[in-house]
Design a protein around this ligand. Structure first.
Ligand SMILES: [Zn+2]
Ligand SMILES: [Zn+2]
Length: 1021
């Protein structure tokens, strides 16, 4: 007989199967046909957050890409027209630092010596390499995007959009240069902004010196202030010592002034309030250095002095700290900036000159000790900020940076965020908190490969912000002919004429914060205010030749903005979600997205961060080969996004085991349909399976509808864990109930059973296909190929309609399954194996299962099942001490004794009356134990009791089941087909089993059963 379905092997080889499906999609242009099918449908606007193009695909990026793809595939199945534009982030420190490493460059000076033009070309090459790798990895993951139509943030078009944004901010008075103290990376030679500090990994434990330093008071011989610092390099910049005005300070016998709160046991020669010390002058720690000469040092008041560490007297160096700098403005203090861009001391710092902040620490400690200024020196481990890109400990420096003021936007930003639906909701609250507290946006970086800030600051004081390439060309004095891209060094060679004084003015050297590049995307890629549609208008500047992306026109932006949905990890709240929101509110006064799905971090399966150097990093390529993309996706989709995903090969193994249950169910159908000559009908899928349905068939159809509805609700609430959980329960019901209970009908070629199982499996595959597209589409092809009229891919089949469902029947079978599960538990507890038949069983609760007593009896191998009160068990009730202890106090002992002696009354609803108290169900711990000869199990107010007494006949029947099991194992070992007949020989010792020879023959397909062997054997008949 010709096979109707293609056979399935014992188990799937995920990697091979997936490569096969990828090839088929490519060849059959499945994705293109899907897009064509949905063109003109309702729109689902997803805007992809650009992935940094400096690496290959990492597994944690694969999580985010999975979620994006799951929802895009789901929306496509529902007929939504989508854009599918992928984005690459191509500028900034991420790219620069990688290239610096490859070229062996260690400082900004070396980059400049290498040449900015050549450096820019190397950065572009790095981006191209990474974009190719990320595309390859993402395709392998199954992500359907319009590859080749990507947006690259380094395109001139993107840059021009940001220029325009900055020009508008300038016109509205928000752009300004600030002289501020900022966190600074001495290796990268640039300031680090507030939101960059919020990236993960920035705060790390660091060991630093902990110094207590003496500052002698000028007019009080023998008396000194004692200050504490963990940053010795800042001491040469000391100009003041701050005290808390209303705190008590004591003078110790050794002449040292400290806060009372920090040395409560010390002897005090004198006690004063901090306010009384204010104004005193002292000798600075480094007055003799040229830079410090002539600096006045005095005690200042500061409410924020903490009294939980240090001495209560705080060393103030306005050139080296944010709060210190603010205090300098209040108190008119001198600002000493001791280190340069690379964190090295300036020449005027005498013997320190050229030393880095880190190297100076030891020398300063030694020097202070020598001069008798050191009170104590130890070490401290504390959380300290590091550069997010190069891991160098950050320092504070005073610099001139460019900022966008936030004050007038704060409320509109909060209002816009309130319109966004965040999943999980707490992430929206985090955004709200951030918006309430963030400062002005520091947009300038002293680097090379980034958005050139179009700011021209003239000596006359006039500031011009150029808003486009055309405007630059119009105002240029020279250099246009060499302008390859809007990028350093070329753009630096195009000075303009100052419109105020007519002088030639050059661009400031700074480049922009990368979050400007990504934040503008909802405008630059959708054609905001673009007067016309420009074919390949996004493939400009560095992006030329890398993409076919058009610059759409404004009408298109109107259609696709704001995004219906965006999704990135939580960290992006202060990064991409923020920069987009900021730019969008500033430009058009509203949020650029309506819904957000955020997710937490990915860690290894032990819950540790993954690091290349820890050996626990999993390469995406390795994961594809060893787990398969479906399993990677499954891990991502099953994970509640409000908790970290613990990713690894252990969980992957567990998922493959679950997927095998689905596989086996499909294989069961395929094998028996091929034997029985059954062919599916495509119409069954819409209309429901044809034929005379039995109760179990009707149940599976209802169960399928319930699954379709549950999973749909999961997708609609952006919560994939609910989809996965619903699918697992559904597959368990199909395999461990429907197939298990219906097996014989398949052997008999029952067409209705085939149609019902086929219907359930195919509907199930459609619904889970967004989560695991490969296995789902492969099985779809196998199961639907024989059905005339079926689309060749699940993704072209649309979303299934849930058929009618019979909730009463679903509840009945759920009760039956509960009873059977408890019956198995009771057997296990009593050590009675499942193959051993038993006489009787009583079920209490689970009333709905009453009409299924026969099925329960058969499943549990029990001769008789009755419903009613289980008195075969003893109830043991104990007090739940953590709850009852506080409630009952002294009376607890009496209640406990009464419970122990059984002097209690069970109340409806699970409570108990005992010793004059009514106890609620949560106040007690209840156990049911079988009486002698009974096995009892109980859960959720259902109790089952199995009579475990065995008579001779029961024992014999148990041996028959063992025999059948053994014969079927032999059949498998011998490689027999399901339909092959055998001759069976059983050991002579088992001759008494021949009383059941018909039964044995039926179950093993034996044409003869003889009991004359030395051992069990079979022969093909
Ligand atoms: Zn750095
Ligand atoms: Zn001027």
């Amino acid at each position: 007989m010709a096979r109707i379905f293609s056979s399935l092997p014992d188990k799937p080889d995920h990697n091979a199967l997936e490569l096969d499906v990828l090839g088929r999609w490519e060849q059959e242009q499945t994705f293109d046909r899907l897009r064509e099918q949905n063109r003109g449908g309702p729109r689902f606007s997803f805007v992809d957050g650009p992935v940094t193009a400096n690496k290959t695909l990492a597994v944690h990026t694969a999580w985010g890409r999975t979620l994006k793809d799951v929802f895009q595939r789901y929306k496509a199945l529902r007929g939504f027209d989508q854009r599918y534009q992928n984005g690459f982030d191509c500028q900034g420190l991420w790219i620069e630092v990688g290239v610096e490493r490859e070229l062996g460059l260690n400082s900004k000076r070396e980059i400049e010596e290498y040449g900015l033009a050549e450096f820019a070309r190397k950065c572009r090459e790095k981006v191209i390499w990474s974009a190719t790798e990320l595309t390859r990895g993402s395709k392998r993951l199954g992500q359907w995007m319009d590859w080749g139509n990507d947006y690259f943030t380094f395109s001139d078009t993107n840059i021009e959009y940001i220029w325009r944004f900055l020009k508008l901010q300038h016109a509205q008075g928000r752009l300004h240069k600030g002289h501020r103290s900022t966190e600074w990376c001495p290796r990268c030679g640039t300031s680090i902004s507030q939101h960059e500090l919020s990236q993960s990994g920035v705060y790390q434990d660091k060991t630093d010196p902990s110094l207590y330093v003496r500052l002698p008071l000028r007019d009080r011989p023998g008396e000194s202030l004692v200050v504490w610092t963990t940053t010795p390099w800042t001491l040469p910049a000391n100009v003041a010592a701050a005290v808390k005005p209303d705190a008590e300070y004591i003078l110790k016998p050794n002449g040292e002034w400290v806060a009372r709160a920090l040395e409560p046991d010390a002897t005090a020669e004198r006690t004063v309030l901090g306010a009384e010390l204010v104004g005193l002058e002292y000798d600075g720690p480094y007055d003799h250095l040229p830079a410090v000469e002539g600096t006045e040092h005095r005690v200042i008041p500061w409410e924020d002095v903490t009294l939980d560490e240090g001495t209560g007297v705080v060393h103030i160096a306005p050139g080296c700290g944010g709060e210190d700098f603010e205090l300098s403005k209040v108190h008119g203090l001198r600002v000493l900036t001791p280190v340069d861009e690379s964190g090295r001391f300036y020449d005027e710092y005498g013997w320190l000159h050229g030393l880095s902040a880190a190297d100076a620490a030891d020398q300063i400690t030694g020097d202070l000790a020598e001069r008798g200024r050191l009170v104590a020196s130890t070490q401290i481990v504390h959380r300290y900020p590091h550069c997010w890109r190069c891991d160098t400990p950050l320092i504070f420096r005073i610099t001139d940076d460019w900022f966008i003021g936030v004050d007038d936007l704060r409320q509109p930003l909060l209002d816009a965020n309130a319109t966004v639906e965040w999943t999980p909701a707490y992430m929206g609250k985090r955004m709200d908190d951030w918006l309430r507290n963030m400062g002005d946006w520091n947009i300038s970086r002293r680097r090379y490969y980034g958005l050139p800030l179009p700011i021209y600051e003239c000596g006359c004081g006039h500031v011009t912000v150029v808003g486009s390439k055309a405007e630059l060309a119009e105002r240029a004095v020279s250099g246009l002919d060499q302008l390859e891209e809007l990028r350093r060094p070329w753009v630096d060679e195009v000075p303009i004429r100052c419109e105020a004084c007519e002088e030639t003015v050059r661009r400031i050297p700074e480049v922009g914060d990368v979050w400007l590049d990504a934040g503008i995307v909802p405008f630059s890629t959708l054609g905001w205010e673009s007067p016309e549609w420009v074919p390949q208008g996004y493939a400009t500047g560095a992006a030329k030749g890398l993409t076919t992306a058009d610059l759409p026109d404004h009408a298109y932006w109107e259609q696709w903005f704001p995004a219906d949905w965006v999704s990135e990890m939580r960290e992006q709240i202060r990064l991409w979600f923020y920069s987009q929101l900021f730019m969008s509110v500033a430009l058009v006064g509203r949020a650029p997205f309506q819904k957000v799905l955020g997710y937490e971090k990915m860690l290894d399966e032990q819950g540790r961060e993954m690091h290349g150097s820890w050996g626990n990093m999993i390469e995406a390529q390795d994961a594809f080969a060893r787990m398969g993309a479906d399993v990677i996706r499954w891990q991502g989709a099953a994970q509640p996004p409000n908790q970290a995903l613990l990713f690894g090969f252990g969980p992957a193994h567990e998922i493959r085991r679950k997927l095998l249950t689905l596989w086996n169910s499909a294989r069961f159908l395929v094998d028996y349909a091929n034997i029985g000559g059954w062919t599916p009908s495509w119409d069954d899928l819409a209309a429901g399976p044809a034929g005379e349905l039995q109760p179990l068939d009707r149940w599976l159809v209802s169960r399928t509808s319930a699954f379709v509805e549950d999973a749909t609700a999961g997708y609609e609430s952006w919560w994939t864990p609910n989809v996965v959980r619903a699918f697992e329960a559904f597959v368990d019901d199909v395999s461990n109930w429907y197939i298990r209970r219906t097996r014989r009908r398949f052997w008999d070629g029952d067409e209705t059973a085939f149609a019902v199982l086929w219907y359930a499996l195919v509907q199930g595959l459609r619904v889970i296909s967004p989560v695991m597209p490969f296995l789902a589409d492969h099985l779809w092809r196998v199961l639907t190929e024989p059905a005339e009229g079926a689309p060749d891919s699940a993704f072209l089949a649309g979303w299934p309609e849930a058929a009618e469902r019979d909730d009463a029947l679903l509840a009945e079978v759920a009760d039956v399954r509960r009873v059977v599960e408890l019956g198995r538990q009771a057997r296990a507890t009593a050590g009675v194996k499942l193959r051993q038949p038993l006489r009787a069983m009583v079920v209490e609760g689970a009333e709905l299962a009453r009409s299924h007593a026969d099925e329960i009896a058969e499943e549990l191998r029990v001769k008789a099942v009755s419903f009613g009160a289980v008195d075969a068990s003893e109830l043991r009730v104990r007090p739940n001490l953590p709850v009852l202890g506080p409630k009952l106090g002294k009376e607890l002992a009496g209640v406990r004794a009464a419970l122990e002696s059984g002097a209690f009354e069970e109340l409806a609803g699970g409570g108990f009356r005992v010793a004059g108290h009514e106890l609620a169900p949560e106040e007690v711990l209840v156990e049911r134990q079988g009486k002698e000869g009974f096995a009892v199990a109980s859960a959720d107010s259902v109790t089952v009791a199995l009579d475990t007494h065995l008579d001779e006949e029961l024992v014999r029947e148990g041996r028959v089941y063992d025999l059948i099991h053994a014969v079927n194992s032999l059949r498998k070992e011998a490689g027999l087909e399901l339909t092959d007949r055998i001759r069976l020989t059983i050991p002579a010792d088992d001759a008494d089993l021949l009383s059941h020879s018909d039964w044995i023959a039926r179950e093993t397909l034996a044409v003869s059963v003889e009991a004359n062997g030395p051992q069990l054997s079979i022969a093909k008949a």
